[in-house]
Each structure stands twice: as C-alpha cells, then as structure tokens.
Design a protein around this ligand. Structure first.
Ligand code: ATR
Length: 279
C-alpha cells in the first residue's frame, strides 16, 4: 500500500501543501500519496484518528488546528513542546502520535539559505505576539541575532511572550514603543495582512539596507510585502519560501530524506516575480 499523508485545516481548498509534497516525492522517488482534509472544528480529534486508523503515516496541520494538534499528540518534540503548537503529526512505530513544529526552521532556512541573510549581530523586529510569533521564536533564538524585539498592538502580550523566552536579547513592547528604533530585519507575524492592513509602525524602523519578511503569502503581493518594497527594503520577501521549507522539514521527519526546495519554490512562484524584490 502507498504511504498516506495529508494536510488538515479549515479552510483547506487553496493549500499548496499537496503540490509541494507531490513534487518532493517525485524528486526523491518516494512512493506516497498526500491529500487534503477539511477539518471539522467540532471533531478535529476524530478527523485525525480516522486518518491514522485508515493507514495514514503523517499529517500536516494548519490553521486553525495547530494548538489542538499540540494537545492531541502523545509525544512532542522539545521545540514543539515550547511553542504550544504542532504542525507535523507522525505515526510512531509503537502506534502513538508524535508532534513537531517545523515553522521556525522554515522561516530561518528561507531567510538564511535561500536568500543569504546573515543573522549574525542583527537587530530583528518580530511584529505580533500570537501563535505565529510563538511558533518561530525558538528557531530565531538559535540564530546568531543580536537583539530581538517583539512588538504587538496589545503591548502586554508582547511583554509576556518576551519574558517567557527568559533571554536577555529579547524584549517586548507596544507598536508605539518602536519609535526611534532601527532594525535590520522586520518580520510580520500578525494577521493584519489578512484583512488588508499593515501593523502601524513607523517607516524609519527599517534600517538602511534592512530586510522585510511577511510570514504570509498570497497570489498578489501582500500588504506587508508592499510596505517593505515602498520603504526601500534591500529584500522584501513573502512567506512562500517558508511554506516550502517547513514542508521540506516535515518530509524529512517522515521520510528521512531532505528534498531540494529551490525548484519547488520556483515552480510555485511561476511568474509572480514580485515576491522577491531587489531594490
Ligand atoms: P495567530 O495565532 O495567527 O498569530 P492570533 O493569536 O489571533 O493569531 O494573533 C494575531 C496577531 O496579529 C496578534 O499579535 C494581533 O495583535 P493583538 O494581540 O493586539 O490583537 C495581531 N494583529 C491582528 N490584526 C492586527 C492589526 N490590524 N494591526 C496590528 N496587529 C494586528
């Protein structure tokens, strides 16, 4: 029987994960099937258990189920344990379910390996203090960055998230607390872009030669991607590369092989060259 995998989320129709994993499978000559499941918000656990009972080997989990997946699994990788969210489920040899989170690795790899961003000594601003920010924090802190500021519309949430890292290099503030500060990399992890907005930060927050990264992506340039471009970012990137990189890490966890990501990113990018803007 062909090994079965799937992504579960709600909504799920536009997920690019089936395409990405089909490309990885083709590239590595792994015989596997990867489908999509529209998760039932009232019966997420049932959906997951039914998939594995029917022979599933692994699952990716996307919005809005990552926290529920964290609660559901029998065993968590330490990085998933810390972030409180799981995006990769794996059937363990003893039949239990393992959970991991590959989002942070995806973000850091896209920046450093695909685009050559050197975190060493850099001042990084992370916008937002919800699940998306929490999910990438441990990986960001493993880079050689100098300082990480978490800024959020609701300041208290940023302060709490920063305090939870117990790291001297990390601090939290409200968006207004950013005035007069400069950053080499600004990452948008807020959901503001989903309704067309950009967090209200001052244009001078981006240092000369600084980069911007939107953890989200769309078929047209995201508002934050445009924000970076308009403010002269050296590179203004969206989250498509992160999506492919987190998928590659999931594939590696399941199959023990790391697929090559650049050709898959290029295919998805197609003629949407807007997404990587060199000034
Ligand atoms: P997720 O789990 O996807 O991160 P979340 O936990 O609801 O979603 O968090 C959404 C984040 O986007 C929060 O940091 C939120 O700020 P608040 O904590 O102040 O609500 C932020 N956000 C959403 N819309 C925003 C907007 N228009 N401007 C600035 N920040 C916004």
């Amino acid at each position: 029987m062909v090994d079965k995998y799937a992504v579960i989320g709600n909504p799920i129709a536009h997920s690019k994960s089936p395409f990405i994993h089909a490309e990885f499978a083709r590239q590595t000559r792994h015989d596997m099937a990867y489908g999509r499941i529209l998760g039932n918000p009232d019966d997420f656990a049932g959906d997951v258990h039914r998939f594995f009972a029917a022979g599933g080997q692994g699952m990716n989990v996307t919005l809005p189920f990552k926290e529920r997946a964290w609660e559901l699994v029998d065993e968590r990788n330490p990085r998933a344990e810390r972030v409180g969210a799981v995006n990769t489920l794996t059937l363990l040899p003893d039949g239990r379910l393992g959970g991991d989170n590959t989002d942070g690795i995806g973000l850091v790899r896209d920046l450093s390996e695909n685009h050559g961003f050197d975190f060493g000594g850099k001042r990084v601003l992370l916008l937002g203090a919800g699940g998306a920010s929490r999910g990438v924090l441990p990986s960001l802190l493993e880079t050689g960055l100098d300082t990480l500021v978490i800024a959020n519309r609701t300041a208290a949430k940023a302060l709490d998230l920063a305090a939870a890292t117990a790291a001297d290099r990390v601090s939290g503030c409200g968006l207004e607390g950013l005035s007069g500060r400069r950053f080499d990399l600004i990452i948008n992890a807020t959901s503001a872009g989903l309704d067309g907005g950009v967090p209200a930060i001052h244009r001078d927050c981006l240092a000369l030669g600084g980069w911007t990264y939107d953890m989200f992506y769309g078929d047209t340039p995201t508002p934050f991607l445009r924000w970076g471009r308009e403010r002269g970012a050296a590179w203004a990137l969206d989250g498509l590369g992160m999506l492919v990189e987190q998928a590659a890490e999931s594939f590696f966890l399941w199959r023990g092989v790391r697929p090559s990501t650049p050709p898959v990113i290029a295919q998805l990018r197609g003629d949407q060259a807007y997404s990587q803007v060199l000034r």
